[in-house]
Design a protein around this ligand. Structure first.
Ligand SMILES: Cc1cc2nc3c(=O)[nH]c(=O)nc-3n(C[C@H](O)[C@H](O)[C@H](O)COP(=O)(O)O)c2cc1C
Length: 179
């Protein structure tokens, strides 16, 4: 009986088929940094388009700038450069929207016609930007936008941690006043 249990244990333990590559190890290390999830949206080829990103970073207040890092191999890459775009911060109930713009289309997203560029309905925050600059970022391009208008509301953000979507709880009321 004990031998049977031992055999079961040996069989059920996940064993890697091969050693992870350097790229996979780096991806795993990057994934230890939890982030929110955004959709970068813009108008191209006669309609609204979007790409899911977690590389959103606030950059500057004066002038108001933000940054997203876009992989060169994405079909959005060449279309996005030098166009107005919006960054839409997703709420925890918008995982399907994140998948939609990450290559797994599902129920159509609800678009809003912004002043500069299309944006998405129901998000926690949005920023409409005009192109500011872009910089070489290896196999990505760092795209900076100058914020022309923005808005935000309270709510739980969608998070990305350890290569999985997760829900981030809104800051406990009061805690932010301690900072
Ligand atoms: C949570 C999450 C975060 C992502 N972050 C980025 C990112 O910061 N930059 C990027 O270029 N792609 C990112 N991607 C991958 C793109 O969303 C994905 O490759 C997309 O299908 C590209 O679409 P396109 O080729 O139509 O432009 C992310 C995907 C997910 C699910």
């Amino acid at each position: 009986m004990d031998r049977f249990v031992d055999q079961l244990r040996v069989r059920s333990e996940p064993r890697p088929l091969r050693e992870p590559t350097e790229r996979e190890r780096l991806r795993t290390a990057f994934s230890r940094f939890p982030t929110g999830v955004c959709v970068v949206a813009f108008e191209a080829e006669g309609g609204p388009r979007g790409i899911t990103v977690n590389s959103f970073t606030s950059v500057s207040f004066d002038p108001p700038l933000l940054l997203v890092s876009i992989q060169r191999s994405a079909s959005s890459h060449d279309l996005l450069l030098d166009r107005p775009f919006s960054v839409n911060v997703l709420g925890s109930s918008q995982e399907d929207v994140a998948w939609h713009f990450a290559g797994r289309p599902n129920a159509s997203p609800v678009w809003i016609e912004g002043a500069e560029t299309p944006r998405l309905a129901g998000v926690l925050a949005w920023f409409e930007c005009t192109p500011w600059a872009h910089y070489d970022g290896g196999d990505h391009t760092l795209v900076l936008g100058e914020i022309q208008s923005f808005s935000s509301r309270r709510g739980d953000p969608l998070g990305f941690n350890g290569s999985r979507f997760t829900e981030i709880s809104e800051t406990v009321l009061g805690r932010e006043h301690l900072i």
